[in-house]
Design a protein around this ligand. Structure first.
Ligand code: HEM
Length: 480
């Protein structure tokens, strides 16, 4: 009899009762050396794209658990093993959170790991497993930064949103095409807001950083992740030039070093605490801070906010009116973490956006030992060292858990039934009901992310009656 995955620090969905499922051999194969991985790579990036890559194989093998290859691979990634076991339903995916069964050493983006040159020649916290003492120090440090920044978080958010939306209104009023792109204003806003809250540093003290800090982070992020992401560039050029080899760090070292110096100089107090209270060296503190700021926070929000704005700004079913009503009637006169907790629909819309479009769709973990893993209908034997790969976009559309899983249901997560579904909202590498800690690998910013996104929606509907636009531009704004 197979017991459900357990983790002392993450809520285990109560639904996974001990089961007596038939043991099945894991379907799928890795194919011939070079040819198998290469053909899967072309399907993944070119012929099918990630979502249908996983969907087609799931249908072919009639299983949510199967073997496949994940890029990068041939020709210049000879040290990367592309073989994975895909886990695509809520039950099998939740084994990725069980730190007794799996380890998370160096598997942030799969077996491929960007050069440590991108992170100051050290393995920063996200690449460390919970068994490594350094992980505990960095995770506690990060949780502490967030806790301390919470007193200035909302006022900084609101004042920087004011600047961003004043600018968008101005561009829209001057635009001849009745459209204003918000991507750069959003990234400027995020950069300033996150430097102030996480580092206690004001970018305006360094004009070069204030002007182009966000673009430096974009380049640094893009270069290290290019071998693993599809960017929709002309094929086969994308395969030949962007997915065949890893780009060297020196191409972005100038920008990285400038931000490094800025963090070191302007974030002195936070760095002092990292050394005095968490036992990190100055170098470790600065590179980890830069990573959390630039990769986790800036990178994550840069993906989440356009998808949230698009979800709302392109909706024509009366949702905006309901959001406006809730934002204006609930939560008192000033926005705060507490006030937004009263806005049930707004929070649910944020959760539903994260369910359908998880910003970090792929999660990996390596089996620490042999164990038996279950999907809803079968059990499978996993061998020590095998790499599990979960694709959240399909996992969070699991029809065994979510009714009408492909549909956007704004109120899905409201009321008692909706609250129970939070056990299966996995965008943060753990259930939304879990608690990030040094014992797990759940996103340290989990609650800040959902509350901040909810605050942004509440802010927008206190400022505007309606918004029209998409994932990059605003086309109409009607003031409240
Ligand atoms: C929309 C925004 C964000 C998204 C989508 C996101 C998502 C994630 C995910 C999926 C992971 C797990 C990666 C893995 O190990 O497979 C993670 C880890 C992490 N996130 Fe976030 N994150 C976001 C924002 C933030 C923010 C604002 C912070 C802190 C300021 C943060 C700090 C971290 C840290 C420190 C880890 C590593 C946890 C560990 O090593 O135990 N994230 N995040």
């Amino acid at each position: 009899m197979q017991l459900p995955p357990s983790s002392p620090s993450l809520a285990t969905p109560s639904k996974w009762q001990p089961s007596n499922l038939p043991v099945r051999q894991i379907p799928g194969s890795y194919g011939w050396p070079i040819v198998g991985p290469l053909s899967d790579r072309l399907d993944y990036f070119w012929f099918q794209k990630p979502e249908s890559f996983f969907r087609k194989r799931m249908e072919k093998y009639k299983s949510t658990v199967f073997r496949t290859n994940i890029p990068p691979t041939f020709p210049f990634f000879s040290n990367v093993n592309p073989n994975v076991v895909a886990v695509l339903d809520c039950k099998s995916f939740s084994y990725l959170f069980d730190m007794d069964l799996v380890e998370k050493k160096n598997v942030l983006v799969g077996d491929f790991m960007p050069s440590v040159a991108y992170t100051g020649n050290m393995r920063v916290g996200v690449y460390q497993d919970t068994s490594e003492p350094q992980h505990s120090k960095v995770k506690k440090f990060c949780i502490d930064i967030l806790r301390r920044s919470s007193s200035i978080w909302v006022p900084e958010l609101v004042s920087n949103l004011d600047i961003m939306w004043d600018g968008i209104e101005e561009s829209l009023s001057k635009s001849t095409s009745s459209s204003a792109s918000y991507i750069f204003p959003l990234q400027r806003f995020l950069f300033t807001f996150l430097c102030k809250t996480l580092l206690g540093a004001d970018p305006s003290r360094e004009p070069k950083i204030a002007e182009s800090g966000y673009a430096m982070l974009d380049r640094w992020l893009a270069l290290q992740l290019l071998p693993t992401v599809s960017i929709g560039f002309l094929q086969p050029l994308e395969e030949i030039f962007l997915h065949s080899f890893a780009y060297p760090f020196f191409l972005v070292s100038g920008g990285y070093n400038s931000i490094y110096e800025f963090v070191k100089k302007e974030g002195k107090q936070v760095i002092y605490r990292a050394e005095a209270e968490f036992g990190l060296s100055q170098e470790e503190a600065v590179h980890n801070l830069l990573f959390v700021l630039g990769f986790n926070a800036f990178g994550g929000f840069s993906i989440l906010f356009p998808s949230l704005i698009e979800t709302i700004a392109s909706n024509e079913t009366g949702l905006q009116e309901r959001l406006r009503k809730e934002a204006s009637e609930k939560g008192g006169s000033q926005l705060s973490f507490e006030s937004v907790k009263e806005m049930e629909l707004i929070q649910s819309v944020v959760y539903e956006t994260l369910r359908l479009n998880p910003p970090v769709p792929l999660q990996y973990a390596r089996a620490r030992k042999d164990f038996r893993l279950s999907s809803h209908d079968s059990a499978f034997d996993i061998k020590k060292g095998e790499l599990l790969c979960g694709y959240q976009t399909l996992v969070m559309r699991d029809p065994n858990v979510f009714d009408d899983p492909e549909a956007f249901e704004p109120a899905r997560f409201t009321e008692e039934k909706g609250a129970r579904l939070l056990d299966y909202l996995y965008w943060s590498n753990g259930p939304q009901t879990g608690t990030p800690s040094e014992f797990n690998k759940q996103c340290a910013g989990k609650d800040f992310v959902t509350l901040t996104a909810s605050l942004v929606v509440a802010y927008l509907f206190r400022r505007y009656n309606s918004i029209k636009g998409n994932s990059s531009s605003i086309t109409a704004l009607e003031k409240a």
